[in-house]
Design a protein around this ligand. Structure first.
Ligand SMILES: O=P(O)(O)OC[C@H]1O[C@H](O[C@H]2O[C@H](CO)[C@@H](O)[C@H](O)[C@H]2O)[C@H](O)[C@@H](O)[C@@H]1O
Length: 500
């Protein structure tokens, strides 16, 4: 093992001397060599610390997260073996894999402030290798559909499923259902089942981030364009403000997130645009200072606006939770009885599928399969598909392990953004910068509206590679909160010291 590692090191050193590695990679390399020596007790951690800082300083935003990956405690035991494995990868793939190998040092603890204690959709980065504590692991770790344990926030049923699967298989539903699920872990070797195979997803993720840079790393760039502009904030709820969890009724946002959103709303007009019903999302967010659009934008409560009422005859005067005069817009109102009927049918036809959850969101219905055994997904997809055959005016879209049944109308979250901008008197102005943060497929309509109108930014919340109309990315709700906090601080400073 030792001699093998030396051999690999010689090969890498040759590449290194020949200058095949970019500067930050070289620093990584030196750092790695020091770590190896360190593992044999030759070099003290004191030496590697300044190098790590240098790597951080030099690597720029592309490797902005590197310190979080390499902020490690040296555990001298297993490290050498893992190092050899990592070096072997690095020698075959060069460059980026040197970053990867920093994450391969199996026995190291990752002590990162970046680690979010939230449950989000699975990351391509194999978190077991990043040494997150299992309690911090994404739900991918809990991904086998274990029935939710009984308790306040629990649901489970235990029934068998049957059903034909041809339609669902042939029309691509099953693929789409699977696409909204995490890849299964490949277990190869190692001392325990927690040791997963080496995959290259992290490299893939970092290359994806060149296309969708971190909104945290790009914050100054974003704000440069915000000078002299009025920012309008649009926020999705699930997976953006709250972590993704097994039970939709338990998707609570943290108090710190609530305080942050409250501060954002103090400085910028802020709206929540959710797939949930407006009432449900309000019950979860509990902030009266925001505007709310529920049912994927099909149920909006916004400020009173005369032009709006002219342009949208469906608008009615209403009062909000505080009794304030508002405009209520519900373009799918006529579908209410149909949605109610289809909801009851969907509850009935899924009641024998263990783990299936059906939610009524007033203008749409969600059929969740997150907690359903994967071999029953075709059944659930088929049954929803069969029901919809009787409702040609309804369609189904895919969210995060959920089928969303909704009316076939030309209305979506993108239209809701336009509507809210209009109601706020912020359309047809070039001094407005809308920012939309969301994680799901339905948020793409909003990202597209901003991209097509060349106005503002979409920020996709994702820790996996995903094609999107957004401009920037954030990994999880924890990063969303950091971004919002930066925004609030920026505004406070601007108010105190004037524009830069
Ligand atoms: O537009 P959003 O606010 O993001 O709502 C989209 C759906 O969010 C909820 O489902 C998602 O979050 C659940 C809780 O974390 C999770 O269990 C589920 O798998 C996700 O799909 C909500 O329950 C759905 O009704 C919304 O349509």
């Amino acid at each position: 093992m030792y001699w093998f590692s030396i051999l690999i090191l010689i090969i890498l050193t040759r590449d290194f001397i020949q200058g095949e590695f970019a500067f930050p990679i070289r620093l990584c390399f030196i750092h790695a060599v020091l770590l190896l020596f360190n593992s044999f007790g030759f070099v003290s951690g004191l030496i590697s610390a300044p190098l790590k800082r240098a790597v951080t300083d030099q690597s720029g935003s592309y490797f902005g997260r590197l310190p979080n990956l390499v902020n490690i405690d040296l555990n001298l035991g297993q490290m050498a073996a893992n190092f050899v494995e990592a070096i072997a990868i690095a020698s075959s793939k060069k460059s980026l894999d040197l970053v990867v190998f920093c994450t391969q040092l199996d026995s190291m603890d990752l002590k990162s402030s970046h680690v979010s204690p939230v449950l989000t959709d699975p990351v391509p980065v194999n978190k077991s290798r990043l040494r997150m504590h299992s309690s911090l692991l994404a739900y991918s770790q809990q991904d086998s559909p274990v029935p939710i344990s009984p308790g306040k926030c629990s649901r489970s049923n235990s029934r068998k499923s049957t059903g034909s699967v041809d339609d669902v298989r042939s029309n691509g539903w099953l693929d789409a259902m699977k696409a909204s699920s995490p890849p299964r872990k490949k277990l190869l070797k190692g001392s325990s089942a927690q040791v997963a195979s080496i995959d290259y997803d992290i490299e893939d993720y970092y290359s994806w981030m060149l296309q969708y840079p971190s909104a945290l790393d790009s914050f100054e760039k974003i704000m440069d364009l915000a000078t002299d502009k009025k920012i309008a904030m649009f926020l999705d709820y699930d997976g953006t403000l709250s972590p993704i969890v097994d039970d939709p009724d338990c998707a609570f946002m943290s108090e710190s997130m609530r305080a942050t959103v409250r501060s954002v709303a103090k400085y910028f007009p802020t709206a929540i645009i959710s797939g949930r019903s407006r009432d449900k999302v309000f019950d979860l967010v509990k902030l009266t200072e925001l505007y709310y659009a529920g049912s994927h934008g099909m149920d909006i409560i916004g400020p009173i606006s005369e032009t709006l009422s002219k342009n949208h005859p469906d608008c009615v005067q209403s009062t909000d939770h505080q009794g304030k005069e508002t405009t209520l817009f519900q373009p799918a109102r006529e579908f209410l009885p149909m949605i109610d009927e289809v909801f009851r049918t969907l509850v009935e036809i899924t009641k024998d599928i263990q783990g299936a959850i059906v939610e009524n969101h007033k203008f749409c219905v969600s059929v969740h399969y997150r907690n359903v055994e994967e071999n029953n997904w075709t059944t659930i997809g088929q049954r929803v598909h069969d029901v919809l055959k009787n409702y040609p005016r309804l369609r189904s879209t895919h969210g995060r392990k959920v089928l969303e049944v909704r009316p076939v109308i030309d209305w979506n979250k993108g239209k809701a953004v336009e509507f809210l901008l209009e109601s706020l008197g912020l359309t047809d102005r070039n001094d407005v910068l809308p920012i939309y943060i969301g994680d799901d497929n339905t948020d793409e309509d909003a990202f597209k509206v901003l991209r097509d109108s060349n106005q503002g930014y979409g920020i996709l919340v994702s820790s996996v590679r995903k094609e999107s109309n957004a401009f920037y990315s954030l990994q999880d709700p924890n990063e969303v909160m950091k971004f919002l906090q930066l925004l609030v601080n920026w505004k406070r400073q601007e108010s105190m010291y004037g524009k830069k």
